[in-house]
Design a protein around this ligand. Sequence first.
Ligand code: ZN
Length: 329
Amino acid sequence: MTEQMTIGIDVGGTNMRAALLDERAAVRQRVSTETLAAEGFDAVMQRCAGLVTALLTNANATNADWPIGIGVPGPLSHKTGVVLNAPNLPGWKNAPVRDRLAALTERIVVVENDANAAAYGEFVAGAGEKSGDMVMLTLGTGIGGGVILNGELIRGHFDNAGEIGHMVVEPAGRECPCGQRGCLERYASAAAIADRVREALAGGEQSSLSNATELDSGAVQAAAAAGDALASRIWSDACRYLAIACVNLQHILNPRTVVLAGGLINAGEALLDGVAKEFRRLTWKMADDAPAIRLAQLAGDAGVIGAALLARKFAGGTPVQSAQDFPSL
Ligand SMILES: [Zn+2]
C-alpha cells in the first residue's frame, strides 16, 4: 500500500476509537477499545498505541510513517500537545499526550480538543459540506463546541475558543462545575435535561417519569412528545436555550451553518424543529443572515475523521479545508 494515509484517534471517557483515513478523507479501517480511564494516563496512551498498531497491521502497512491526529477532552494546549485538565480522565493533569504518544509510536502526533476535531470532521465530510463558516455544538454529557471560519478551525489565543457549552444563557442561573453560573450545558446537554427532571421530581412535581427505570434525555423527549407537562417544559427549555446560543453565535460569528451533534440528536426532528422554532422567534428581523441549523451526519466517525484531517494539515501533508476539495464525497 503506497497511498498516504492518516491516523485519527478519538479518546472518550468510556471508549476510544481509531481510524485510518485515505487521501480522499474516506475511512479505510476502524478499531476501538475501552478507554479504562481509571488505569491512568500512561495506560490510556499505551492503549492508543495499541490501536495504531492494530490499524497498521490490518492495513499491512506497519512500516508506513503516517501521522496521527488525536482528539482528547480539554482544556489543552494545541501548541505543546499537553492536556491541562480532563475531568473525566483521572491523572490527566498537564498530561503530555503529544510527546508520549509520539514516543510510543515513533511518528508525528497532532493533539486537538475532541469537540474541535469532531467539528472539523463534520465540516469537511458531513453536515458542513459546502459551508466555509460553521459552528458545531456537540450535545452529550456536556456541550462541546467547534468553530470554523473561512475553512479554518478557530482556536483563540488561549486555545479555548469554541467552548460554547460555557456560554452564559441565564445570568444567576444553575451552577456549573466550571465555576460559572447559567452555562448553556447546564440546561441543554443530554445530562442536564435528565438532571433537571430528576430535581423537579425530587421537589415533588408530578410526572409520568416518576417511576421511570431509566431517566435519560431520550425518556424526557418521549414523555414530552406524549404530553407530559414537566417533560415538555424541560425539553422546551433546552430547545429555547439552544436557540439563544444560536442567536448569539449568529451575531458574533455569522456562520452559514450551525450543526447540532452528540447523543441528544437521536431525538431527530423533535430537537431540530424545537430549536428552529425558538430561533425564528428570538432572532433579529433586521437582516436575512440567519444560519441554517442542521443535524450532524457522521455520528461516531466525526472525531476520528477530524483528528486525522487536522494531523494531515499540521503535519505538512496536503491540507483539506472543505468538502469542495473532495467532489466525490
Ligand atoms: Zn460552565
